[in-house]
Design a binder for this molecule. Structure first.
Ligand SMILES: Nc1ncnc2c1ncn2[C@@H]1O[C@H](COP(=O)(O)OP(=O)(O)O)[C@@H](O)[C@H]1O
Ligand SMILES: [Mg+2]
Length: 322
């Protein structure tokens, strides 16, 4: 079965004052219809850049140097600008950690939603308003009439996040890219938003790419996941397989850093060291300098992709097939 979204060997560089920074170094993963797929890793691993690549929302300094992003038989990377504009906000939409990056402060929620719906679906004003009301209700906002006539600043943080999700799903996209959608929220609201995303997946047949630095969020929400490190996928598979049998030391490190209910206030087992500043320049395994299990070969030779079990693979000399 072919995936609805197929990211193949995606490579991307930023032009910087200090030369080229190789941010993505061959990212490969696929997302099936109706699944929640997690992209997880520490800050700077390339999660957001991967999401922005799918929607072609990259800054001008970014250069895609290789790979393909296939969506419904089209390569999004080579689609002309007018066609990608139709896909964006229509079949694929994206939400961000900070609602203010998606919600315009000078328009009401209703005005913003109606504009998007009319633009993509060619509906009348009255139809667009009805659809906006329906979407605000679908994300669990009470009193949708009031929300429609509200400006973003008149809503609470949790309501803004829901309004942003309502806007993102208002054209009934096939794929939603959610970049750290709950990071700024308190734990209770975070759980509500994750539940909401899960419900939308079921009710709308939506596929979701959930981007997060928190493996705990992935455990609650995702069917499958890819662990990113230094712009590479270092481990991927079904969530349960990875949690029961992690094969990359980086994955194990992230698991040890998940806050458990009993550990509140205690210091977490963070992974010592930092992500490499130019991961493309690394020979061997980019995680080796931080890896407690690394040996000499790890620093001079690129590790192999080891198939652990069906659909589960890890890029490490120590990974074992089961
Ligand atoms: N506009 C930019 N200019 C230069 N480098 C960037 C830019 N955006 C991101 N990067 C670099 O690309 C890498 C991946 O960043 P990003 O995708 O934002 O990571 P994540 O979302 O996983 O925290 C990092 O090394 C980051 O510094
Ligand atoms: Mg990010």
């Amino acid at each position: 079965m072919s995936a609805m979204l197929d990211v193949q060997e995606l490579r991307l560089e930023f032009k910087t004052a200090r030369g080229r920074l190789k941010a993505l170094n061959g990212i490969t993963f696929g997302v099936e219809k109706g699944e929640v797929f997690g992209l997880v890793g520490e800050t700077g691993c390339g999660k957001t850049v991967t999401g922005l690549s799918i929607l072609q929302l990259l800054p001008p300094s970014a250069v895609v140097t290789g790979g393909a992003i296939e969506f419904e038989t089209q390569n999004l990377l080579t689609l002309p600008a007018d066609r990608i504009a139709q896909v964006r906000g229509g079949k694929i939409s994206m939400i961000f950690q900070d609602p203010s990056s998606s919600l315009n402060p000078v328009f009401t929620i209703g005005q913003q939603m109606e504009r998007v719906i009319r633009q993509h679906l060619g509906k009348s004003q009255a139809q667009a308003r009805r659809q906006a009301e329906e979407m605000l209700a679908a994300v669990g906002l009470p009193d949708v009439r009031r929300i429609l006539t509200s400006y973003p600043h008149q809503l609470s943080g949790g309501q803004q996040q829901r309004a942003m999700i309502a806007m993102a799903i208002s054209c009934r996209p096939r794929l939603l890219v959610a970049d750290e959608p709950t990071t700024a929220l308190d734990v209770t609201v975070q759980a509500q938003i994750l539940r909401l995303l899960n419900n939308l997946r079921a009710s709308m047949g939506l596929s979701i790419i959930l981007i997060t630095h928190n493996l705990g969020v992935v455990a609650q929400t995702c069917d499958r996941l890819a662990v990113l490190y230094a712009g590479r996928v270092v481990e991927t598979g079904v969530t349960r397989d990875i949690f029961t049998n992690p094969q990359h030391p980086y994955t194990s490190g992230l698991m040890a850093a998940i806050p458990s209910p009993g550990s509140r206030g205690m210091k977490l087992a963070a992974i010592p060291g930092a992500v490499p500043s130019n991961p493309g320049a690394v020979i061997g395994c980019p995680f080796a300098p931080r890896c407690a299990l690394a040996f000499e070969r790890c620093t001079v030779e690129a590790p192999p992709i080891v198939t652990v079990s069906a659909g589960h693979s890890a890029v490490c000399f120590l990974a074992k097939s089961t």
